[in-house]
Design a binder for this molecule. Structure first.
Ligand code: HSE
Length: 409
């Protein structure tokens, strides 16, 4: 019998407990051994819960109970989770988590502790919600030299963008709806400023390229500066604006991880991913490209990945799988995004077309309904972003929008 403790009874924690008991018999038959949840840690009281007898406010009950061999950390953030997870791994307890901040900031250290203590630190739920991506990247695609990964990695922002595009809903209303549906982080700044997607691309990049990529090394832009006007220009251009997290291998061997809103052309599958869904393209030398798609956030989709990790941890108790990467002392293996060659969409006010041609040569002008006099929107030819920024600066006038065009494939 493996006993489980669930740390945190919020959206994902309650979903984990609900899903575990809903499908308990099926899960046990797949694992081949008995499993049960012994503790749920939360500072709040849940007297009416059917699981009321399992609640504790004291982490010591869990860490000191030798029967507990699997701990699901779904508190989020670093404040409590880091200490709890480290203590569990040091005692040889398997830990599964949906906490992308924990994995992105402390993954190398925690994976090392898990290996040293013959237990597992599993985090399928940290990236892509319900989508299996961590194991496929580490196991099923292991034969490939991964050249790039690009994806929609945040359900909340994709939900907001979909509502803005399809229903012309205001940004704040769409965000409030995402919060109500349990998609957004406790502090939704992490979603809309791109930090959540940044943590997720750090995890995927670390797995794919074998060295820990810390979020502070990644250029990250969110969706807060996007306007409905930009959305309209993108539509008329033949695409959609999506928040893209990506990493690619550069010619000099460095890698370039990045998070930013991007114009995604309609012939790229990522442009068709709507609502809370995530989509992740992985490019490898043998597979060419593979795509992963599914619900990127929400109670049961995320719980699905957590409970699957619990099942794997139960099967592998006493052994440590090699899902790991090295720590990195510095960012010398990370390329400067300003050197990346990119096409960029620009929306200007009060800049004459002659000045645009003088700076950029031939550009592709875009149009929209009710385009006011003086507003010009165009896509500049591909060039290193540093050079693009210098030319943009030289235009004068007002720059109302600047969005890169996604060109990975
Ligand atoms: N806030 C996250 C998202 C939750 O919207 O994608 C899932 O990681």
């Amino acid at each position: 019998m493996s006993k489980i403790a669930v740390l945190g009874y919020g959206v994902v924690g309650s979903g984990t407990v609900e899903l575990f008991y809903k499908n308990k018999e099926k899960i046990i038959s797949k694992v081949g051994k008995d499993l049960d949840i012994k503790y749920i840690l939360d500072i709040r009281d849940f007297p009416d819960s059917p699981y009321a007898d399992k609640f504790t406010k004291n982490f010591d009950d869990i860490i000191n109970d030798p029967e507990v061999t699997i701990v699901a950390e779904v508190i989020g953030g670093l404040k409590f989770s880091y200490g709890y997870v480290k203590a569990c791994l040091e005692k040889g307890k398997n830990v599964v988590t949906s906490n992308k901040e924990l994995v992105a900031e402390k993954g190398a250290e925690l994976l090392k502790i898990a290996a040293e203590h013959n237990c597992n630190f599993l985090f399928e739920a940290s990236t892509g919600g319900a989508i299996p991506i961590i194991r496929p990247l580490h196991q099923c695609l292991a034969a490939n030299d991964i050249t790039a990964i690009a994806g929609i990695l945040n359900g909340t922002t994709n939900f907001i963008l979909t509502k803005m595009i399809n229903e012309q809903m205001a940004f704040d209303d769409a965000l409030a709806m995402a919060q109500k549906l349990g998609y957004a982080e406790q502090d939704p700044t992490a979603d809309i400023e791109g930090h959540d997607a940044c943590r997720k691309i750090c995890i995927l990049a670390s797995l794919a390229f074998g060295k820990h990529v810390y979020p502070k090394w990644v250029h990250c832009e969110g969706i807060t500066k996007l306007t409905l006007e930009d959305v309209m220009y993108a539509e008329n251009w033949g695409g959609e604006i999506k928040l893209i997290g990506s990493v690619k291998k550069c010619a000099d061997g460095k890698i370039l991880p990045m998070v930013r809103p991007a114009f995604v052309c309609n012939n790229n599958q990522l442009s068709h991913i709507s609502d809370v869904f995530n989509g992740i393209m992985v490019y490898g030398d043998a597979v060419d490209e593979v795509m992963f798609y599914g619900r990127g956030a929400g109670k049961l989709p995320t719980a699905s990945a957590i409970v699957a990790d619990i099942a794997d941890a139960a099967k592998m108790n006493g052994t440590s799988i090699s899902q790991t990467w090295e720590d990195s002392a510095d960012d010398s293996f990370i390329a400067d995004y300003k050197d990346d060659v990119v096409s960029v969409y620009v929306r200007t006010n009060g800049v004459p077309a002659e000045k645009i041609s003088a700076a950029f040569g031939t550009v592709e002008y875009l149009s929209r309904d009710n385009q006011p006099d003086g507003e010009l929107a165009f896509i500049a030819p591909a060039m290193p972003e540093r050079k693009f920024d210098e030319k943009l600066e030289s235009l004068g006038g007002e720059v109302l929008g600047k969005i890169r065009v996604l060109e990975l494939d």
